[in-house]
Design a protein around this ligand. Structure first.
Ligand code: HAM
Length: 456
């Protein structure tokens, strides 16, 4: 007999036998994101509706059709969050988090709500793990976020995903490209689907990712946005792709990827999995340089992504799901709490002595993070002195200083932030070396009694 009450359509219970898998997915996110210097933020489940209208965008499917919106007794309108980005941006501005240090990194986990048609991996109450970094235009930051999503999927054992990436330019190049699209499409409107006809006036960019057969044929004849970027956006795009290559992350340039949220500028990306059918994204993200300013905050660049747990679980497949649950058991045995990290957490701040070495620094950060070491670096192009101040402020155990000299020699200058002692260490074996040193309490004299290398 069917139960009298059932969970509402598009929602489901996570039963005790499934919780191991969920906690594994959550703890792995915490561990991967915090190793890269992202701090957890918890924002409300509901917000003033206007926040989503202004950020996610009035003309998007989410705001037009998918929000759970309620009238409050006093007449104000509130909405269950359909995504996390607007709330994190609001919190950054509301708490003046940019006043002292404009550059901040956040991560969050939790349920989101969209009135969508439930299907494989898609729900009305679904769960995301996301990151947002505010305060930098650097293409290396875009690369860092993509690398972290890939680190996450690798850590949970998801195979077969593909990274699709595109650039949609800044508001300047987009305005020109919009005009170009309208010119090209004006005479063919009758051939477009109903949705695209609406989009023609309101959001012509969205036509590019229409999945309707009749529109696809026309879309293939349209110019590509990456051929119409302004000089600064073209350079940014080139550096993002070069950075991904340097980190060994493969990608596909999806010339029609525009994403369904309004705030994006420049880089947009999705991680897709072939096991999922039409709605194949397990992660979506990109850069949004105008949003913080539009919400009343400083004009700072921003980039982030969100991973969907339901699509990820669907993509993992039965065997991988079981092995992920088992890995959660290992993660929580008393000797192993906190996951596969060194006995004592080591934190490292990488300092660039010269701008040329910054891409190489991100590679080193990737290597350290993958080895379980918390590593962060500067994305604002600050001076060596200012970077050392950041290392201090973040209470890093070590600053790793790298200039062109060191890069050429394959070495790194390691500064113990407790004792201020410095020594030059070969880059090969650096991880082992930091781990061994970490067995000595921070600030005590060097275990090997070595003399510090030349002070800087
Ligand atoms: P989004 O593409 O709307 O972006 O969602 C990100 C991911 O959440 C999707 O790739 C998918 O895996 C999952 N997702 C979305 N809707 C559903 C659903 N109804 N059921 C299950 N999973 C779903 C955002 O949410 C942006 N806030 C991402 C971002 C952060 N961009 C910059 N920062």
């Amino acid at each position: 007999m069917a139960a009298k009450y059932q969970a509402p359509r598009g929602t489901r219970d996570i039963l005790p036998e499934e919780v191991g898998l969920w906690r594994f997915l959550e703890e792995t996110a915490r561990s991967v994101f915090s190793r890269a210097g992202y701090g957890e933020i918890r924002v409300p489940i509901f917000e003033d509706t206007d926040l989503f209208v202004r950020s996610t965008g009035a003309d998007t499917d989410i705001v037009e059709k998918e929000m759970y919106t309620f009238a409050r007794e006093d007449g104000a309108s509130i909405t269950l969050r359909p995504e996390g980005t607007p709330s994190v941006a609001r919190a950054y501005i509301e708490h003046n988090l940019y006043k002292q240090i404009p550059f901040r990194k956040f991560f969050y986990l939790g349920p989101m709500f969209r009135y969508e048609r439930p299907q494989a991996g898609r729900a009305r109450q679904f769960h995301q793990a996301g990151i947002e970094a505010f305060g930098s235009d650097s293409p290396l930051l875009d690369v860092e976020t993509i690398d972290l999503a890939a680190q996450y999927f690798d850590a949970i054992g998801l195979t077969g995903y593909e990274v699709r990436i595109n650039s949609i330019g800044c508001s300047g190049c987009r305005a020109e490209f919009r005009k170009l699209l309208r010119d090209r499409l004006a005479s063919r409107r009758s051939e477009l689907c109903e949705n695209c006809n609406r989009r023609f006036d309101r959001n012509v960019f969205r036509i590019l990712d229409c999945k309707e057969e009749r529109c696809r044929g026309i879309i293939l004849t349209l110019p590509l946005v990456t051929d119409h970027l302004c000089a600064a956006c073209a350079e940014h795009w080139r550096e993002v792709l070069a950075g991904l290559k340097a980190l060994g992350r493969s990608y596909v340039h999806d010339v029609h990827l525009v994403r369904g949220l309004d705030y994006y500028t420049r880089t947009v990306y999705e991680f897709v999995h072939p096991g999922l059918g039409a709605r194949s994204a397990v992660c979506g993200g990109g850069r949004y340089d105008d949003l913080i300013g539009q919400l009343g905050g400083p004009q700072v660049g921003a980039v982030g992504f969100a991973i969907g747990f339901e699509p990820t679980i669907a993509a993992l497949g039965e065997r991988a799901r079981i092995s992920a649950s088992k890995r959660f058991d290992t993660l929580t045995t008393p000797t192993n709490v906190g996951g596969p990290v060194a006995a004592e957490p080591i934190s490292v701040y990488l300092v660039a002595a010269g701008d040329e070495v910054r891409p190489a620094l991100l590679q080193m950060a990737q290597e350290l993070r993958l080895a379980g070491i918390t590593a962060d670096l500067d994305f604002e192009g600050r001076s060596l002195k200012a970077q050392m101040r950041s290392a201090n402020r973040m209470k890093a155990r070590y600053a790793l200083i790298v200039g062109e000299d060191e890069l050429a020699k394959g070495t790194v200058t390691v500064r113990d932030m407790g004792t201020s002692k410095q020594e030059e260490v070969a880059r090969d074996g650096l991880v082992e070396r930091l781990r061994t040193d970490a067995e000595v309490p921070p600030g005590s004299s060097n275990r090997r009694g070595q003399q510090p290398a030349r002070p800087r």
